[in-house]
Design a protein around this ligand. Structure first.
Ligand SMILES: Cc1ncc(COP(=O)(O)O)c(C=O)c1O
Length: 394
C-alpha cells in the first residue's frame, strides 16, 4: 500500500486483505473465533509470538481492513473500530483516566458526549470542567494539577462553532495532557486533527463514513504507543468491538466518501448562500462563508466548508416547525452526514435535555435549525427551501 496515495485512492484500495479467492470486493469474515493448526500454534498466538487473530472481540479481518483504511486516511498509526460513535468516545476518554484525574472539555458537545464527561466520568471520581472552547484563555484557566485530557468537537453540533485545535494541543503539550478530538462534523477529508497536534481522533462512522443511513459504527485513531498502552486492554476486556458486518458496510461506504462529501458540501454552501438572502432568516452559520465568526481559524485548520448549515428563523419555534413540515425532499431527522438531506430542530430534539440557559450559551434558540445537506440535485433542494419558506409566516 502506498502512503503517497491521495484520499480518493486510499478509500477504495487502502487496507484490503484479499483471501485465496482473489475477490474484488472486500470479504465479510463473520466469525467469532479462529482455529489453530496445533496447540503450539495457539500458544504462540496467545504469547504474541506470531501474528494473527484470536477472537473477534479483540480484532478480525474485516474490521482490520476498515481500521487500516481509516489509518491511511487519517495519517494515524493504529485504530480500533467500535460498535458506535459513542462507544468510540467513551473508550477514548475512559481508557486513559483514573479516579482523581481531570478533564477539560468544550461545552459545545453532542448531547451524549457531554453526558459522558459531565455525568458519567464524575461517578468514577474523574472531574470535568466545561468551558466555552472558542477562547484559548478558557482552556488555560481550567487547567488543574490533575488535568489529563482535553476533549472537543469542531465544528460543533449544532451551531458550527470552531475551536483552534493547534492552540489547544499546544496548551495540552505544556502539561502532558492528551487532546481528544471528535472530528465527525469536519469529516476526515476536511480536517486532520493529528496533523494539528491532537493526540487522539474519534469518529461516529454512523455519519458520513457510512453516509447511507444503514449501520452504527465508530473508530478511535492515534499513535501505536497510546493505543498499546491505553486502549488495547480496555478494548479487549470491555467489548465495544464493531460487528464485522458493519465493518464491511462501512468499508463499502467509505469508498464513496469523497464523492458524497464533495456534493454535500457544494449543496450546503449553495443553500447557505440562498438562505442568507431570505427575509425570514435571522442568521446563517456556515463554515464556508466569509461571515462565519471564526473564519480565520477555519482558514487555518480546515480544507473545506461543511456538509452542515445552521440557521435561525426570525419567527422562532413556530416558523422552524412550519419550515420543516413544509419541506418535501428534505426529511426531518436527528441524524446527519447522510446522502439524503436531513433537517433537525435541536431545541426540541438533540439538545432538549439541556436547560434553556445552556442552550442559549451554545447559540441554540427556538428558531435554530440544523441542515445536513445530502447529495440530491442542488436546484431541487433550493426549490424545496423556497417553496417551504413561502409557507412560513413572517
Ligand atoms: C459529534 C458527534 N459525536 C458522536 C456521536 C455519536 O455517534 P453514534 O450515534 O454513532 O454513537 C454523534 C451522533 O450521534 C455526533 O454527532
Amino acid at each position: 500500500m502506498s502512503k503517497t496515495w491521495r484520499p480518493a485512492t486510499q478509500l477504495v484500495h487502502g487496507g484490503t486483505l484479499r483471501s485465496q479467492y482473489g475477490e474484488t470486493s472486500e470479504a465479510i469474515y463473520l466469525t467469532q473465533g479462529f482455529v489453530y493448526e496445533t496447540s503450539e500454534a495457539a500458544e504462540a498466538r496467545f504469547k504474541g509470538e506470531t501474528e494473527g487473530f484470536i477472537y473477534a472481540r479483540y480484532g478480525s479481518p474485516t474490521n482490520d481492513m476498515f481500521e487500516k483504511r481509516m489509518c491511511m486516511l487519517e495519517g494515524a498509526e493504529d485504530a480500533r473500530a467500535t460498535a458506535s460513535g459513542m462507544a468510540a468516545v467513551t473508550a477514548a476518554i475512559l481508557c486513559q483516566l483514573k479516579a482523581g484525574d481531570h478533564i477539560v472539555a468544550a461545552r459545545a458537545l453532542f448531547g451524549s458526549c457531554r453526558w459522558v464527561v459531565e455525568t458519567l466520568a464524575p461517578k468514577y471520581g474523574i472531574d470535568c470542567t466545561l468551558i466555552d472552547g472558542r477562547d484559548l484563555a478558557n482552556w488555560e484557566k481550567a487547567i488543574t494539577a490533575k488535568t489529563k485530557v482535553f476533549f472537543l468537537e469542531s465544528p460543533t453540533n449544532p451551531t458550527l462553532e470552531v475551536i483552534d485545535i493547534a492552540g489547544v494541543a499546544k496548551l495540552a503539550n505544556q502539561i502532558g495532557a492528551k487532546v481528544v478530538v471528535d472530528n465527525v462534523f469536519a469529516t476526515p477529508l476536511f480536517q486532520k486533527p493529528l496533523e494539528l497536534g491532537a493526540h487522539i481522533v474519534v469518529y461516529s462512522a454512523t455519519k458520513h463514513i457510512d453516509g447511507q443511513g444503514r449501520c452504527l459504527g465508530g473508530v478511535v485513531l492515534s499513535d501505536k504507543e497510546w493505543i498499546d498502552e491505553n486502549l488495547h486492554d480496555y478494548f479487549r476486556h470491555t467489548g465495544p468491538a464493531m460487528s464485522p458486518f458493519n465493518a464491511w458496510t462501512l468499508l463499502k461506504g467509505i469508498e464513496t466518501l469523497p464523492l458524497r462529501v464533495r456534493q454535500q458540501t457544494e449543496n450546503a454552501a449553495k443553500i447557505a448562500d440562498f438562505l442568507a438572502e431570505q427575509g425570514k432568516i435571522a442568521k446563517v452559520i456556515y463554515p464556508g462563508r466569509k461571515d462565519h465568526p471564526q473564519a480565520d481559524i477555519i482558514a487555518k485548520q480546515m480544507t473545506g466548508g461543511s456538509t452542515l448549515v445552521a440557521f435561525e428563523l426570525k419567527g422562532g419555534k413556530d416558523a422552524a416547525f412550519a419550515l420543516q413540515n413544509a419541506l418535501e425532499i428534505v426529511k426531518i431527522s436527528n441524524n446527519l452526514g447522510d446522502s439524503k438531506s436531513l433537517i433537525t430542530h435541536p431545541a426540541t430534539t438533540t439538545h432538549k435535555n439541556l436547560t434553556e440557559e445552556a442552550r442559549a450559551e451554545l447559540g441554540i434558540s427556538p428558531g435554530t435549525v440544523r441542515l445536513s445537506a445530502g447529495i440530491e440535485d442542488t436546484d431541487d433542494l433550493i426549490e424545496d427551501f423556497a417553496r417551504a419558506l413561502a409557507k412560513v409566516s413572517a
